[in-house]
Design a protein around this ligand. Structure first.
Ligand code: AMP
Length: 232
């Protein structure tokens, strides 16, 4: 049987982390539209450049483009037994498109899991997060043991200053996502989430699919609750 799961939550709620957990546990791939768009970064065409620009500004890519990218990904062999949607759908149009697509393919969503987090914590999780080469993440405000954080003036005098993070033991400099480096871009993404994604919560509640988890808990506590939902 196929397992299509939707993970919802504001940036920083831990969607990516929990998607990795579900992939390991249930053997279905993560379908992150953010990752699919970021992967276009190496392309030099106008279309790909426009997408990078919208992302850097914290704005949404249009529905038609987004649904087409998802359709292409769902057609791949590894997606035939299900996927975890991470960051998709983000608008009612995308949600309706997904309902129709799954119905046409004789499938449906098993659950819509909302990782609920207060917005100030969400801001700090995005603004403070940095990633190591091995994929491990750290944060300026939490989970920062062994990491030296420093704010350095931006070379072009932009605000906020650049956040430099280095693992003390190995001297490895950690990487920050460009769309996390600008406070206004994070706030814009949170505003966009409130305006465009929260209506989806009502949409899935009406469909009886919504499950809410407190995302301020530890990663493993959240994973445990996800497991209970998916095994039910
Ligand atoms: P994320 O990694 O999910 O935070 O997404 C990063 C950025 O990619 C977003 O701020 C949007 O610019 C774009 N994006 C990702 N998913 C979608 C979507 N479902 N619809 C529109 N834009 C998206």
């Amino acid at each position: 049987m196929s397992l299509f799961v939707l993970l919802m939550g504001v940036q920083g709620a831990g969607k990516g982390e929990q998607a990795r957990f579900i992939t390991q546990k249930y053997g279905i791939p993560q379908l992150s539209t953010g990752d699919l768009f970021r992967a276009m970064k190496t392309r030099q065409d106008d279309f790909a450049r426009k997408i990078q620009q919208l992302m850097a500004e914290g704005r949404l890519i249009d529905d038609a483009t987004t649904c087409e990218v998802v359709r292409e990904r769902l057609a791949m062999p590894d997606a035939q037994n299900g996927v975890i949607f991470d960051g998709f759908p983000r608008t009612p149009t995308q949600a309706e498109w997904l309902d129709n697509y799954l119905q046409e393919h004789g499938a449906g969503l098993k659950a819509v899991i909302l990782l609920k987090l207060d917005l100030y914590t969400a801001f700090k999780r995005a603004f403070g997060r940095v990633t190591a080469k091995d994929g491990k993440t750290y944060n300026l405000y939490s989970n920062n043991e062994g990491v030296e954080f420093a704010f350095e003036p931006h070379p072009e005098g932009q605000y906020p200053p650049r956040l430099k993070a280095v693992i003390r033991e190995t001297n490895e400099e950690l990487i920050r996502r460009p769309d996390d480096a600008h406070a206004h871009a994070i706030i814009k993404r949170i505003d966009t989430y409130i305006a465009e994604t929260e209506p989806l919560i009502e949409y899935y509640q009406r469909e009886g699919l919504l499950q809410v988890i407190d995302a301020s808990q530890t990663i493993s506590a959240v994973s445990g609750q996800i497991e209970q939902i998916l095994n039910a």
